[in-house]
Design a protein around this ligand. Structure first.
Ligand code: FAD
Length: 530
């Protein structure tokens, strides 16, 4: 049996970030990955069409670009290069116009002003408020809970953005924030669509902050993509790990974390290999897997076991990848080509789709989040073609189908293809002739997503709902809110931990920091082992 200071279970971005931070502190680290390749939900391949790179799961990384957990690793020195589309984000409107968010706020404001006088200034006012407090908000969200230093910084700046009125606005549902601030359609759908990146209904508290946060990240750091494919980000993280002497083994599914005297002491794989642990196990796995399978039931602290009974997943997902022979033939081309495109109609139509998903109904007209990847990074496919994808959320449990009634929630191949047809039909309406340009199509339903990454339970891409009742000190169960699990030396470092889903590495860094801190406390300098 080999021994390492730390074993990281899972090589998603959070696991790889945790490993990097522990290696920087001089620990010996082994990463064990169940899949044949590293990266978790940050991977890409030429498996849809040989001439096209497709991101298997995630694509756009505004949170990564803003996150100290990733920024501090200087991944550009390990081969990472970022690429940006001409515009950050677009949303086709019913009248054929586009709502566009350009990285240059003046351009965004100008376009909004043309559509509805007054909205340009209102957008710039929102940007200026964010300039004063945004950094502190992002740092607070990504720091371990409670975020003492960043939180104090945010409090100090609060008065300059309107004090408690600003806090109240951020807690207001995004549909209301958008309506109160803007008269035209464009800023409203942009804010609401951005809130739709999390699974918070647009009429629920918390969606306002999400909509503003993602929109303002679009204005400050953009929605960048790694040149060459999403996998280039996790490859850079892995290269940094091996350059520091860390080890990564694929095809190693961890099936048990062994606990002795209330401390994690080893991990065991499905093939019977055993890896000893001197200081810490960082679990980049879902909370359901960690507390439901990897730990023996007797090793799960009682209050955690109790809390997990009400743990709530986020909705499932159906993702469709297309290799297109030409650009997306939008009915009217946008003035700047966006990387991310939201397809969901008006705020009311998007609200309906969200409401349906959260009430176990398959939407007839789902909200689609989509990506024009060759527009974002010309290396993804031959010039003039488009590597394109769209995903839509679906209920974890289907009660009814608001469409043609043929979706039951079985999500077998035929059902996924039928749902993909529904998604493609929406595209066809906005981009007539879309279907004629399809060289290849691949559909990944909830089962396929989970088979490629066990953390995507039932196709849930956020490690558990992002709604307020499962955030901060309530994530993943009431009273945790930090990486500690109640088992000595075992830390939850995945999206199931605070602050949740997205590629920012914060749960991984928080877990590594907690492990380092506990080791220092347990082994003060003069008694610390090598
Ligand atoms: C379709 C899709 C689109 C998304 N789009 C975006 C986006 O554009 N931008 C964004 O910021 N976020 C996006 N996300 C969310 C983001 O990808 C995730 O929140 C993020 O990857 C979570 O990182 P993680 O390290 O916690 O887990 P993951 O990335 O899921 O990685 C977990 C890893 O652990 C491994 N593992 C699990 N169990 C075991 C075990 N028992 N033994 C060994 N290994 C194990 C898995 O195989 C996997 O490699 C998207 C997610 C999906 C699915």
């Amino acid at each position: 049996m080999t021994h390492h200071d730390a074993v990281v279970v899972g090589s998603g971005p959070n696991g790889l970030v945790a490993a990097n931070h522990l290696l920087d502190a001089g620990w010996s680290v082994l990463v064990l990955e169940a899949q044949p390749e590293i990266g978790g939900a940050v991977r890409s391949a030429r498996d849809v069409h040989p001439d096209f790179v497709h991101d298997t799961f995630s694509s756009f990384y505004p949170l990564g670009a803003a996150s100290p957990a990733l920024q501090s690793l200087d991944l550009e020195s390990h081969g990472l290069r970022w690429s940006h589309a001409p515009a950050v984000l677009g949303h086709p409107l019913a009248d054929g116009e586009w709502a566009l968010l350009h990285r240059d706020r003046e351009v965004t404001a100008h376009l909004m002003e043309l559509q509805h006088p007054g909205d340009g200034d209102a957008w710039l006012a929102l940007c200026q408020q964010w300039d004063r407090i945004g950094d502190q908000v992002v740092q607070s969200l990504l720091a371990p809970f409670p975020p003492v230093r960043a939180g104090l910084g945010a409090l100090r700046r609060l008065r300059s953005v309107g004090g408690l009125a600003f806090v109240q606005e951020m807690l207001t549902p995004v549909a209301d924030v958008a309506r109160l601030r803007f008269g035209g359609e464009a800023p409203r759908v942009l804010l609401a669509g951005n809130a739709g990146h999390a699974d918070i209904p647009l009429t629920s508290p918390g969606s306002g902050l999400m909509g503003v946060l993602m929109s303002m990240l679009g204005q400050t750091v953009g929605f960048p993509v790694p040149e060459g494919g999403a996998g280039m980000l996790t490859q850079a993280l892995a290269r940094r790990i091996t350059s520091l002497g860390g080890e990564i083994l694929c095809d190693r599914e961890v099936t048990r974390i062994e606990v002795d005297g209330s401390r994690a002491v080893a991990v065991r794989t499905g093939d019977g290999e055993r890896f000893g642990v001197r200081r810490a196990v960082i679990a980049d796995v879902s909370a359901t897997a960690l507390f439901g399978r990897l730990l023996a039931p007797d090793d799960v602290p009682t209050r955690v076991a109790r809390g997990m009974r009400s743990f709530q997943l986020d909705p499932g997902t159906v993702k469709v990848d297309w290799a297109l022979s030409g650009e997306v033939p939008w009915g009217r081309a946008p003035s700047y080509a966006p990387g991310t495109v939201h397809l969901g109609g008006s705020v009311e139509q998007m609200s309906l789709a969200f409401h349906q998903v959260s009430s176990q109904t398959v939407p007839a007209a789902p909200f689609l989040l989509s990506g024009q990847m060759t527009t974002s990074d010309p290396t993804r496919s031959p010039s003039g073609t488009e590597s394109f994808w769209a995903y839509s959320h679906v209920p974890q449990q289907v009660r009814t189908d608001a469409g043609d009634g043929t979706i039951t929630g079985r999500w077998d191949t035929a059902e996924c293809e039928r749902y993909a047809d529904r998604m493609q039909q929406q595209l066809e309406e906005l981009a007539p002739g879309f279907g004629d340009r399809v060289l290849e199509r691949r559909v990944l339903g909830p089962h396929e997503l989970e088979a490629r990454d066990a953390n995507l339970v039932g196709g849930a891409l956020g490690g558990g709902t992002a709604q307020l009742h499962q955030q901060l000190v309530l994530r993943p169960v009431p009273g945790l809110g930090r990486a500690e699990t109640g088992v000595g030396g075992l830390y939850l470092g995945s999206a199931s931990a605070h602050p949740g889903g997205g590629v920012h590495g914060a749960p991984g860094r928080n877990a590594a920091r907690a492990a380092l801190l506990h080791h220092r406390v347990r082994w003060p300098r003069d008694r610390r082992r090598a």
